[in-house]
Design a protein around this ligand. Structure first.
Ligand code: BGC
Length: 734
């Protein structure tokens, strides 16, 4: 490969080299890309290295032909899209997928997405999004795996492996792009595009692990974040891109900017003009420019003026060409474009089945008083709420080529299962998704929102009347899909007011009340948790959301998901996350001079790791086979946790293991997830889960950013969620 690339590079003009660093955005509609002649011309002139926004063989093939047959050197293009949770078959949003606590399942969804995406001519996806976040106000938490670095790292690696299969040359392998490097999930106030600032200690111990895991899983590209890191925009941050990513982590792929982050270096106030922005980005280690065309316009001149190093341009160009080589595009630029295999590969029964399985496994049963769930066929059930029948929201934001009209609503799935006669199932709209006129106006178009001709009070009254005839009421409420995603931040993360009004009206009927939620972030649900009998969090569940919900609601499948982000009681608590520090005066309910609010407790409403199922589990205390590990000896100890299914149904429990380092050279969190195990236990039976603790699991970054374990006392905490834990102690000794 190196010989091939040396030869190619030696034949390229400076302009052609910058061409490889240029990513052009093209619009796209169903019949093909909306191209202007300029795009064709630029491709022919060797001024384009990659395209975002075109897919399907008929759209991609002509563009690749321009590049390969009509440009001077015939270098093939990369074709990118945000295939984030599926290409045509849409899986639950990533936050939902993470709630499965099942990296292998997540890998399978990424694999299926890659198969569909490559069938449609794509070879590069802007996924996985691995930004750790403790900010439920931030709309982009829907795209990530939640608040925990350990689980986040496992999922990041699983997705990379699903996309790339350790071999990019396979026809159905998709080049992954880890984003957004780095720390994009920590914007001040939870507001998108806002300032990020944190200590290196926090970065290394709490935020960077998933990026590093994706890199060591072989991710071929990395996308810079919109935000600044230590006062320097990520796209121009030499420490981030050269020292951390390339030198420390050994990343050998290429770095692409996020959309327009090159000009935004100027907006940030870190460059005076476009020349400075271009120079700072390339010098910092950014290789490819998404959308601004600064590189292509000014790059060659800046090299000639001596402001940009030709060697940096060569190195960037080589990295992009390497990815193309690894994808096999030089051998066959029309890989996947010779024949349209999409009809055989997209939305196939096996992929739809996987979407249904993934949706089932992502659902989290937050509450279930008096075993209100599962429902029983034959009961008189009222389904109410705007999300019972809506399809558009099911596939959520970032749904690539997903066609919402292929998404099966809950109502359609119920009708399919029970027919429309004699089933005892009735429907009432109950409320609009959003009533507030200003909010409605913001989302109306993109979310295809409608308002009923009936007044809100009349809608509610009709639902309450229908509820009076039912044995149980299921309200399906939450967010319109564009209430989360990029630039979709909220200061109030409760249910929209009229949705809560509906619940209040239903509550007055005295009927058992189930709340099914579809949403893209943790919500504040204090009233709901105190007043409804059962709450099932379904996220935006994807193409097969309706059938999956029917499976879970009627008990054909049991919910097994666990939260990967804490659900606060109140917005004022944010950030609220499980792996916090102890502080000097930890919370005591009645301790005046302790760290607390006067009006709200410190703990979240639903903690990280929480999730019920249709049976009950009792976990015994952890027992250790020894009480010390000898440092440096490869020594390990085992932790045994008995898990008893005390209910009457077989079921699955996710047993979680956390560790606390009691005293160290820098303070350590009160607990950190280190391992977990999903076990199936038959009703009435007990199974023992055995974990191994090695010195590796005790390591952290010290004040010098050295990764090490320090001798001393540790707690091992095991249980069903991050708040209900039992403890044993051991020591790391010299
Ligand atoms: C987002 C990225 C995305 C890119 C291309 C940006 O606005 O931040 O996550 O990959 O657009 O669509």
């Amino acid at each position: 490969m190196q010989k091939f690339l040396d030869d190619l590079l030696s034949r390229m003009t400076l302009e052609e080299k910058f061409g490889q660093l240029n990513l052009l955005a093209v619009g796209f509609d169903i019949t093909g890309p909306i191209l202007n002649n300029q795009v064709d011309e630029k491709i022919r002139a060797g001024r384009v290295g990659a395209i975002i926004g075109a897919y399907t063989v008929s759209a991609v093939r002509p563009l690749q032909e321009f590049a390969v047959r009509q440009s001077r050197l015939g270098i093939p293009l990369l074709f990118a899209c945000d295939v984030v949770h599926g290409q045509r078959t849409i899986f639950p949003i990533p936050l939902g997928l993470s709630a499965s606590w099942n990296p292998e399942l997540v890998r399978r969804t990424a694999r299926a997405a890659a198969d569909e995406a490559t069938a449609e001519g794509l070879n590069w996806t802007y996924s996985p999004m691995v930004d750790i976040s403790r900010e439920p106000r931030w709309g982009r938490v829907m795209e990530g795996a939640g608040e925990d670095p350990h689980l986040g790292a496992l999922i990041a690696a699983a997705m990379v492996s699903g996309y790339q299969q350790d071999d990019l040359s396979k026809p159905d392998s998709l080049l992954a792009c880890v984003k957004h490097f780095a720390l994009y999930g920590a914007p001040e106030g939870g507001r998108d595009y806002n300032t990020v600032d944190m200590s290196r200690l926090r970065m290394f111990n709490e935020y960077l692990a998933p990026y590093a895991a994706a890199v060591s899983a072989g991710a071929g590209s990395v996308m810079t974040a919109f935000n600044e890191v230590e006062g320097v925009p990520a796209t121009a941050n030499r420490w981030l891109l050269r020292e951390l990513l390339r030198q420390r982590w050994g990343f050998g792929g290429f770095v692409v900017t996020d959309y327009g982050t090159l000009p935004e270096i100027i907006t940030h106030g870190a460059a005076a003009d476009r020349d400075e922005a271009t120079v700072s980005a390339l010098a910092a280690g950014t290789d490819m420019d998404m959308a601004s065309e600064f590189f292509i316009t000014d790059g060659a001149r800046l090299v000639k003026e001596g402001r940009l190093a030709a060697a940096d341009v060569d190195a960037a160009c080589r990295r992009v060409l390497t990815a193309k080589y690894q994808l096999g595009l030089f051998q066959n630029p029309f890989k996947n474009l010779d024949r349209d295999t999409a009809p055989l590969r997209v939305l196939t029964p096996d992929k739809l089945q996987l979407a249904r399985e993934a949706a089932v496994k992502s659902m989290v049963l937050l509450r279930n008083e008096r075993r209100t769930l599962p429902l029983t066929a034959g009961q008189k059930i009222l389904f109410t709420g705007p999300l019972v029948a809506r399809q558009r929201d099911l596939i959520g934001a970032w749904s690539a080529g997903g066609d919402w009209q292929r998404a099966v609503s809950l109502r359609a799935a119920l009708e399919q299962k029970f027919g429309d006669t004699g089933s005892g199932i009735t429907f009432a709209q109950g409320c609009n998704l959003i009533d507030d006129p200003a909010y409605f106006a913001k989302l109306e178009k993109s979310c295809l929102l409608e308002k009923s001709a009936q007044a809100p009070a009349a809608l509610r009254a009709a639902a309450a009347r229908a509820a009076a005839d039912a044995d149980v009421v299921v309200a399906v409420l939450g967010e319109a899909f564009k209430m989360s995603g990029e630039a979709c931040c909220r200061a109030d993360i409760g249910l929209p007011p009229q949705q809560r009004e509906l619940l209040k009206a239903l509550k007055l009927t005295g009927k058992p009340l189930v709340l099914v939620l579809m949403n893209g972030r943790p919500l504040t649900l204090e009233w709901e948790a105190a007043n409804v009998d059962a709450i099932l969090e379904a996220w935006f569940p994807g193409t097969q959301g309706g059938p999956a919900l029917v499976d879970v609601l009627f008990g054909d499948a049991a919910p097994t998901g666990k939260l990967t982000m804490s659900f606060p009681r109140h917005v004022g608590q944010i950030p609220v996350y499980y792996n916090h520090k102890n502080g000097n005066r930890p919370y005591q309910e009645n301790g005046w001079f302790t760290s607390r609010y006067q009006d709200v407790p410190n703990d979240p409403l639903f903690p990280f790791g929480h999730g019920l199922t249709y049976t009950d589990f009792t976990l015994g205390a952890p027992t250790l086979d020894k009480t010390a590990i000898v440092s440096g000896s490869g020594d390990a100890l085992t932790v045994s946790v008995p898990v008893t299914n005390t209910g009457s149904r077989d079921g699955t429990e996710t047993v979680q293991l956390y560790i606390r380092d009691m005293a160290a050279s820098v303070t350590r969190p009160v607990k950190e997830l280190k391992d977990f195990r999903q076990v199936f236990v038959r009703a009435g039976e007990t199974l023992t889960v055995v974990f191994t603790i090695s010195e590796e699991m005790l390591k952290f970054y010290n004040a010098d950013l050295r990764y090490l374990a320090e001798p001393g006392e540790f707690q091992v905490l095991t249980g069903s969620d991050s708040a209900r834990l039992q403890c044993a102690t051991f020591r790391l000794v010299q």
